[in-house]
Design a protein around this ligand. Structure first.
Ligand SMILES: NC(=O)c1ccc[n+]([C@@H]2O[C@H](COP(=O)([O-])OP(=O)(O)OC[C@H]3O[C@@H](n4cnc5c(N)ncnc54)[C@H](OP(=O)(O)O)[C@@H]3O)[C@@H](O)[C@H]2O)c1
Length: 313
């Protein structure tokens, strides 16, 4: 089968489009003919940290059709349309076929396209777990989303509105209209405004992208406000893990989120998508053979929504 394999020594790009053996499903696995994959920061961050999947194939968020099932599989049959996040199951999505344990995939609703289904898992579940689990979001709270225009941010804006909040998104000029079109009540252009130097206070701040000092974010929280660090620069993430507890000693809390793939959460998001309550924002789509170019684009850090690789043409 065709796949994109990570070769550390390959030049100029390390993601090489080539032929590899098709995987064989184990007794508890499903073999999926992959239709679409969405790229995540988890792909390139794992590469940078030397966390390479066993088969050297990245790609976690997949959608596709079941090709074959292991003898112990009860929930899926060949021909079923599925989607899932395989980050906890060895990645492998950037290929024509991938095997996955049953627990990592779910049935894709018919009305949801393969591209849309692949655009949801990691980014959508991260936004959901940040708001619902870490921030314990409540109706009418004021939510600031720093990095509202990327994969996670576009879901965070829509989910915060779904939870009944007043939402302010932070992004650059080119993405301001998009953040408003997703339902944000206010948008701040970080290239023009020092948005942390304000008298305004937020109940929840999601730190999704950019590199803004933790103490400055803490200052604009309400007295019982919660800051959730999701992403941004690696140094920023390490600081939040190291010092978050110290900054959380009072009534304001500074948490770091470590999102976990969760089938029930993904089913919940697919349900919202089916009902038209949320929609994936797809920035660019590429064929499998142009994955290296797509990954380079994502790594620039200014995509407007998700970047998709389509394998079935
Ligand atoms: N903690 C977890 O469990 C978890 C899970 C998933 C992802 N993450 C992390 O979350 C982060 C975001 O992921 P993603 O998929 O959303 O990435 P992404 O799609 O690459 O995000 C790109 C977006 O970031 C925005 N951005 C860049 N610089 C900014 C700045 N200074 N201020 C505000 N926004 C800025 C860009 O908006 P403009 O173009 O408008 O600048 C762009 O739309 C990554 O660091 C990822 O590693 C963490």
């Amino acid at each position: 089968m065709k796949a994109v394999v990570y070769e550390k020594k390959a030049y100029p790009d390390k993601l090489v489009y080539c032929d590899v053996d098709r995987p064989v499903p184990g007794e508890n696995e499903v073999l999926v003919r992959v239709h679409s994959v969405s790229l995540n920061a988890a792909d390139y961050r794992s590469m940078k940290m030397g966390l390479i999947p066993k088969r050297k194939i990245f790609g976690a968020d997949i959608s596709g059709r079941v090709e074959a099932v292991g003898v112990n599989i009860r929930e899926f049959n060949p021909g079923d349309e599925v989607a899932g996040d395989l980050a906890g199951a060895g990645f492998g999505g950037l290929a024509e076929y991938v095997t996955a344990p049953e627990a990592f995939i779910l049935h894709k609703p018919k009305q949801v396209s393969y591209e849309e289904a692949a655009a949801i898992p990691m980014a959508g579940v991260t936004a959901l777990q940040a708001l619902r689990d870490k921030a314990a979001v409540q109706r009418e709270q004021k939510v600031l989303i720093i990095g509202s225009a990327g994969g996670v941010g576009t879901y965070a804006v829509q989910l915060a509105k779904y939870f009944g909040c007043e939402v302010t998104g932070v992004c650059s000029t080119k993405n301001a209209q998009q953040t408003l079109s997703l339902g944000a009540d206010h948008v701040i252009d970080y290239t023009k405004e020092r948005f942390l130097e304000t008298d305004y206070r937020y109940d929840i701040i999601l730190g999704i992208n950019g590199n803004y000092p933790l103490h400055a974010c803490r200052r604009v929280l309400t007295s019982h406000g919660v800051y959730v660090m999701i992403g941004g620069s690696l140094s920023q993430i390490f600081k939040s893990i190291l010092f978050g507890w110290l900054l959380s000693l009072g009534s304001r809390k500074m948490w770091f989120l470590s999102a976990k793939p969760n089938k029930t959460d993904l089913e919940f998001l697919m349900g919202l998508l089916e009902k038209g309550i949320i929609r994936p924002v797809i920035d660019r789509q590429y064929p499998l053979e142009r994955t290296a170019e797509a990954m380079n684009y994502l790594m620039e850090g200014h995509s407007s929504g998700k970047v998709i690789i389509n394998i079935v043409k």
